[in-house]
Design a protein around this ligand. Structure first.
Ligand code: 6PG
Length: 239
């Protein structure tokens, strides 16, 4: 499949390039709709970007207009070392003046992952009202087997047509997760994949040579968002 790839010599350069685009997207979204929704991802790749955002890029961000969501979350307490929310809180959220009401973590304190997924969908529906769930910017990671968000190969959630958020069991640690479904992910106005490290070379090569993305075994290839999809790669992932 054809991929719009941008390749950077290191994580610092990649993170800064993403942030310049993030600030542009925030500016445009705020000018057009008065607010901007961003879905964060977990994994290692975005941590540097979150740190830089909390520092020198923070003053350029209209935090009162930015709403942070999570494209996926592990079903663990919010202070667990494996929590995607915890990672973003420590690297970014606790250092910037974003109103608490603009931060939308997955409520993993609820008794089951299914209850957490339902409550998260209600939160999203409240945010979008009668509009379609078109997130202004979705930050996505890529797993070595082609997963993105917590949509792993073979997951029934890939064929979801109704629910915006699903509880899933995946073959990774921790196995119980909550994820946006393609109902949301395919409406994204901007989708940025952040992919770093040489263990991603093989899957990137497989995605590039994928001839029929819509039926691909790789969830990252199956997403067909409405807006542009850009792949930010470091030189280890794309030598
Ligand atoms: C998660 C993620 C996941 C991640 C990829 C890439 O919660 O596990 O959101 O989809 O983005 O596994 O992770 P790395 O950036 O660590 O390679």
């Amino acid at each position: 499949m054809k991929m719009d790839e941008r390749i950077f010599p290191n994580l610092d350069a990649l993170s800064r390039a993403v942030l310049e685009e993030v600030l542009r997207i925030v500016r445009d979204a705020v000018a057009q709709r008065g607010r901007c929704s961003i879905a964060l991802s977990g994994g290692h790749s975005p941590a540097k970007m979150y740190e830089l955002w909390s520092g020198e890029y923070s003053a350029r961000t209209p935090w009162d207009k930015v709403h942070l969501f999570w494209g996926d979350e592990r079903y663990v307490p919010q202070d667990d070392p494996l929590s995607n929310f915890r990672m973003a809180r420590e690297c970014l959220i606790s250092h910037v003046p974003i109103p608490a009401a603009n931060v939308h973590p997955v409520p993993t304190g609820l008794p089951t992952p299914e209850a957490a997924a339902e409550a998260y969908e209600s939160d999203l529906r409240k945010y979008f009202g009668s509009a379609q769930p078109a997130i202004d910017l979705q930050l996505q990671g890529l797993g070595v087997e082609g997963h993105t968000a917590s949509l792993f190969p073979g997951s029934p959630a890939l064929d979801e047509q109704e629910r915006w958020v699903a509880a899933v069991e995946v073959s990774a640690t921790p196995p119980r997760r909550i994820t946006f479904t393609p109902v949301v992910l395919n409406r994204g106005l901007n989708t940025y994949f952040l992919v770093t490290g040489k263990d991603k070379r093989e899957i990137l090569a497989a995605l590039r040579s994928e001839s029929n993305p819509t039926t691909s075994q790789y969830p990252a290839a199956r997403l067909q968002p409405d807006g542009p999809v850009v792949w930010f790669l470091d030189s280890l992932a794309a030598p």
